[in-house]
Design a binder for this molecule. Structure first.
Ligand code: NAD
Length: 254
């Protein structure tokens, strides 16, 4: 098989949490372009349905599933719905996440819990549910969205819960990779630097300092993550598991 064919996702069934916009939507379009059927999983059904319309207009089999990744019953129902529609799950991109910027000393318990629930517990719940399907068939690729914030402390904005949640995602990824390697299930994560999405673009006051601190002197685009995600999802990454792929314009090098 040629190297390009090794990246093919033809016949694969995928879901993307937080797939309605930003990094998740870009990934969904890329998985589809590589040949996969893709379910868009999100809380925002308006945007999720719009993404599905876009995918279907390209001839892709797709559906939108409403799911709060912090709710175990919701997550299990989402997995059942995707399996019902597609027959199985080969690729799980656990990507939904939020950031709350509050100083640690005044951060509310609710804010702390919300960030940890969505960014860390949500990834555990979706990985657990997808992992059960994949373990059953001894095959599958799980990709989690961590962040460079799991490696470094961002400045100037305060975001201790976010940083802690993303460091947790990296270690959760490694733990699942080791536990599930005997079952043929690979688990990896990506750690993006600053990427231009709704999450970052709404914080316009910090963007100049983020760009100045990035050796490439710019933010990345969601599309600059997609080839790495297709690689991790594909059979070409057969020996790649437990890896955290940092894609950050060299931010964490300095
Ligand atoms: P975004 O805000 O554009 O998209 C996040 C999506 O997640 C939205 O569609 C939202 O509706 C969905 N979502 C939020 N809570 C949810 C829940 N409880 N259940 C289901 N869906 C939920 O942000 P983005 O930048 O595309 O972020 C995607 C991921 O990438 C996040 O995990 C984020 O932490 C991570 N990340 C982003 C950057 C960046 O600079 N943008 C950098 C590193 C990591």
């Amino acid at each position: 098989m040629g190297v390009v064919d090794m990246f093919s996702l033809v016949g694969k069934k995928a879901f993307v949490t937080g797939g309605a916009q930003g990094i998740g939507k870009s990934a969904a379009l890329a998985f589809a372009e590589a040949g996969a059927d893709v379910a868009i999983v999100d809380l925002d059904m308006g945007k999720a349905e719009a993404a599905v319309v876009e995918l279907r207009s390209r001839g892709v089999r797709s559906l939108a599933v409403k799911c709060d990744v912090t709710n175990p019953a919701d997550v299990d129902a989402m997995i059942a719905r995707v399996v019902d529609e597609f027959g199985t799950i080969d690729i799980a991109f656990n990507n939904a996440g939020i950031c709350i910027n509050e100083n640690a000393e005044t951060m509310s318990f609710e804010s702390w819990k919300k960030v940890i629930d969505i960014n860390l517990t949500g990834i555990f719940l979706t990985a657990r549910a997808a992992g059960r399907v994949m373990i059953g068939k001894r095959r599958g690729a799980i990709i989690n969205t961590a962040s460079m914030s799991g490696h470094i402390v961002n400045q100037p904005q305060p975001q201790c819960a976010y940083n802690a949640s993303k460091a947790g995602v990296i270690m959760l990824t490694k733990s699942l990779a080791v536990e599930w390697a005997p079952y043929g299930v690979r688990v990896n994560c990506i750690s993006p630097g600053y990427i231009g999405t709704a999450m970052t673009l709404k914080a316009a006051q910090w963007i100049p300092s983020w760009e100045a601190a990035t050796p490439q002197k710019r933010m990345g685009k969601p599309e600059e993550l997609t080839s790495a995600l297709v690689y991790l999802a594909s059979d070409s990454a057969g020996f790649t598991t437990g890896t955290d792929l940092v894609i950050d314009g060299a931010f964490t090098c300095v």
